[in-house]
Design a protein around this ligand. Structure first.
Ligand SMILES: [Fe+2]
Length: 384
């Protein structure tokens, strides 16, 4: 057996923790930071107590508050150019995966020349970057503990991955009070992203014993709490459990990989701007069903962790899990693929080709071809 497991992130969880952001940043020696966030977080009033705590700690800050879903390379390059050489010694990302991934990419470019497109792939960084602190406001991406940044290359309409240990946040501040402000539709999509992370981490070809344990526990937590977290927005316990589960799933896939669900979801995200979690939720049952015979034992383990009857045989349990995943998406109000904005049948081959080119294609449980991807996309489109 051979594997590496790295978690560069200190994790602190506490209700109301954002009010103590300044103290935590001061402990890291930060004095002048760039806040990276989005308009929704700002409008929800979540930043006011963060500003106050930074002021109390004597930390000065600049702010970028217009990060959009599926952050684009041209915006990252433009923002980084504005702050290069301005004495920024750390970044504070407050938001979902888009804000956190944008902060990672901007931080990279503060100490590296060129454009973010120049750093696509694994371990392309040349030296250290300003440390990143993350306050996740969604329970989904796990980006607060991963060393990935996913940025849409505007020219290619392609979601590219940047992977390097140096872009992993040094500190994740989990404030469970924030989670009840999250709209239900976003809680649903991001929760399904977290479930996809856990399932793909466990079933992919590059899992390891530590990521396995984390992934199975995340699947259990998500199956127990996601429905309540979506259907009862003020259910603090369910929302808190999802915040923990998405972080655990992030630790799992960050040290294993994801698979073909993400390959397809990122392809359509780059082409149609489909929310990442929605794309994952749509394709998860199809890819799980397709992959299961590659390793029926592991797919059955996922099924049992989802709460499928442990008396079922592995084959029957894995089949029941496919139905469970379809039902879960339906219960959470996830649209069908044919209902996704912008989808056109003439694009299906392109979606399949982009999926095949994805960073994580080779990690999928089962060998995939362009034709297999296309068949899955067609099946999802015709699903009613
Ligand atoms: Fe994801």
């Amino acid at each position: 057996m051979e594997f590496k497991f790295l978690l560069p992130t200190k994790v602190v969880m506490e209700p109301g923790l954002r009010e103590r952001t300044g103290e935590h940043l001061r402990e890291l020696g930060l004095t002048r930071i760039l806040i990276v966030t989005d308009a929704g977080v700002k409008a929800a009033g979540l930043l006011d107590s963060v500003y106050a705590s930074l002021n109390r700690a004597g930390i000065t800050f600049e702010e970028v508050s217009d990060i959009k879903a599926n952050p684009r390379s041209e915006d990252i390059n433009h923002t980084a150019a504005l702050y290069r050489g301005k004495g920024i010694d750390g970044l504070l990302a407050i938001g979902g995966g888009s804000a956190m991934d944008a902060a990672k990419a901007i931080s990279l470019l503060l100490t590296h020349e060129g454009r973010i497109e120049d750093y696509e792939g694994s371990f392309t960084l040349k030296h250290a970057i300003p440390p990143i602190v993350a306050i996740p406001t969604t329970a989904g991406t796990g980006s607060e503990v991963t060393c990935f940044s996913v940025i849409t290359d505007t020219a290619r309409h392609f979601k590219m991955n940047v992977l390097d240990y140096r872009i992993g946040p040094v500190l994740a501040l989990l404030d469970s009070d924030i989670t009840t402000t999250l709209p239900s539709s976003i809680a649903a999509a991001t929760g399904m992203d977290a479930l996809t992370h856990a399932i793909e981490a466990y079933t992919c070809r590059v899992s390891n014993p530590i990521s396995d344990g984390l992934a199975l526990h995340a699947i259990r937590l998500i199956s127990q709490h996601l429905r309540a977290a979506v259907q009862e927005p003020h259910n603090q316990q369910a929302r808190e459990q999802m915040l923990v589960a998405s972080l655990i799933a992030g630790m799992a896939f960050g040290n294993a990989d994801v698979g073909s669900v993400h390959c397809i979801s990122e392809a359509i995200g780059g082409m149609y701007d489909t929310p990442h979690g929605v794309g994952n939720a749509i394709f998860l049952p199809f890819v799980f069903g397709h992959n299961r015979d590659a390793d029926i034992t592991r797919h059955a383990h996922v099924a049992y962790a989802l709460g499928i009857d442990p008396n079922l045989s592995p084959v029957d349990a894995a089949e029941a899990a496919v139905g469970y995943l379809f039902q879960m998406s339906k219960d959470l109000g996830i649209p069908r693929f044919a209902e996704v904005k912008g989808v056109r049948e003439e694009d299906f081959l392109t979606i399949a080709q982009k999926s095949k080119k994805n960073f994580s294609d080779g990690s999928n449980a089962k060998e995939m071809t362009v034709e297999t991807y296309r068949e899955i996309v067609v099946a999802a489109y015709n699903f009613s």
